[in-house]
Design a protein around this ligand. Structure first.
Ligand SMILES: NC(=O)C1=CN([C@@H]2O[C@H](COP(=O)(O)OP(=O)(O)OC[C@H]3O[C@@H](n4cnc5c(N)ncnc54)[C@H](OP(=O)(O)O)[C@@H]3O)[C@@H](O)[C@H]2O)C=CC1
Ligand SMILES: CC(=O)N[C@@H](CCC(=O)OP(=O)(O)O)C(=O)O
Length: 318
């Protein structure tokens, strides 16, 4: 029997991609909403309660509204927004974190991680669990990200430009400089840090692909662990993962003439982790597609787990 799926927000950046990927599948029947009824409350409410699984690919406020419309106890929800990521009644959809995969399999409410948060949590959580990084470590981190992370309006901002605006947007832009990015609460909760990490994102003039950088100082770690120790712990933690790979230690072979290529995982659900450094200096880097493992890929990986089918069904590993 086929599972019925409805995507609330099917015309947005994340919704469109999920729809495109699921349309190829024989195990799923996609419930369609007419284009002129996409925001019609009654029609959405009807479809939300007809489907076995629904995706919310909506702004936070609309996601909260949709959640309140679901009254059918059989309907399971996968939400791509920030609305429920730190809510105890929802399961955080990052299966690579120990014990999370089993929780996702049986969950009825799953929250897809934020794109920036994914990189930080996967970099730090194994190290904090192992006691290599103290919970009270003063973590700083930053990302460089493509403009599609901001959805349709962000894409339009960069792609429908006058010449003058194009010149301005050609230059990378820092944002959330008050250290108030919306992913900070989930970063803190899911890493287990005592204090909020200091996080600075930078948006640049390319469509998709994200790189998270987490610098650490060996002298501030409880056992003065080195970059090599950190590489060993991460390698062991993710050894059996399909979508998270720890790349060989400190190798220039990963670089393009000494530079890090942010877009190397684009159009896949793959996330690559790198550890660079020597002596006191350690730098963990994660690269992935903000629209892949950072959004629709992660959402489909969660769907596969919830349906009990192959976790990688219709997802590209490389
Ligand atoms: N882009 C990314 O890299 C990532 C996005 N996310 C999150 O996923 C969610 C969706 O993001 P994204 O796809 O980028 O956003 P988009 O802005 O591209 O798409 C959102 C869609 O929701 C529709 N919509 C807005 N309000 C309503 C409503 N009340 N009822 C029905 N539909 C509505 C919009 O309609 P209309 O077309 O008319 O504007 C649009 O089609 C957001 O919460 C975002 O933060 C998460 C991870 C990464
Ligand atoms: C480039 C860009 O603007 N990206 C967005 C985040 C995209 C994302 O992950 O949004 P959600 O947390 O809603 O899922 C931002 O940094 O605010």
């Amino acid at each position: 029997m086929r599972n019925t799926v409805f995507i609330d927000g099917q015309a947005g950046t994340t919704g469109l991609k999920i729809r495109e990927d699921l349309a190829k599948r024989t195990d799923i029947e996609l419930l369609q909403i007419d284009d002129d009824k996409r925001k019609d409350t009654d029609e959405r409410r009807k479809l939300l309660n007809e489907a076995d699984i629904v995706f919310f690919c909506l702004p936070d406020a609309a996601a909260r509204e949709s959640a309140s419309f679901v009254t059918n106890p059989r309907t399971r929800i996968i939400d791509a927004s920030t609305a429920f990521r730190t809510d105890n009644d929802w399961v955080y959809g990052l299966p690579e974190i120990h014990h999370q995969r089993d929780r996702i399999r049986s969950a009825s409410r799953v929250s897809v991680p934020g794109c920036h948060a994914t990189g930080l949590i996967l970099s730090l959580r194994p190290l904090i669990d192992a006691g290599i990084v103290g919970r009270d470590y003063p973590v700083t981190c930053s990302t460089v990200t493509g403009y599609s992370g901001a959805g349709k309006s962000g894409i339009a901002e960069y792609e429908n430009l006058t010449l003058a605006a194009a010149k301005q947007l050609n230059v990378p832009r820092h944002y959330s400089l008050q250290r108030n990015h919306k992913h900070i609460p989930e970063m803190q909760l899911l890493t287990g840090l005592t204090y909020e990490p200091s996080f600075t994102p930078i948006k640049a003039s390319y469509k998709q692909g994200i790189a998270m950088s987490v610098p650490l100082f060996s002298r501030l770690l409880p056992s003065k662990s080195t970059a090599r120790d950190i590489h060993d712990v991460l390698s062991e933690y993710y050894a059996s993962e399909r979508f998270v790979q720890v790349m060989p230690f400190d190798s220039d072979a990963h670089l393009d003439d000494g530079h890090f290529l942010i877009t190397a995982c684009n159009n896949t659900n793959r996330l690559e982790l790198f550890v660079f450094g020597h002596d006191d200096k350690i730098n963990i880097m994660a690269r992935y597609d903000n629209l892949g493992k950072g959004a629709s890929g992660a959402a489909i990986q969660n769907l596969n787990l919830m349906l009990g089918c192959d976790e990688g069904y219709c997802l590209k590993e490389r």
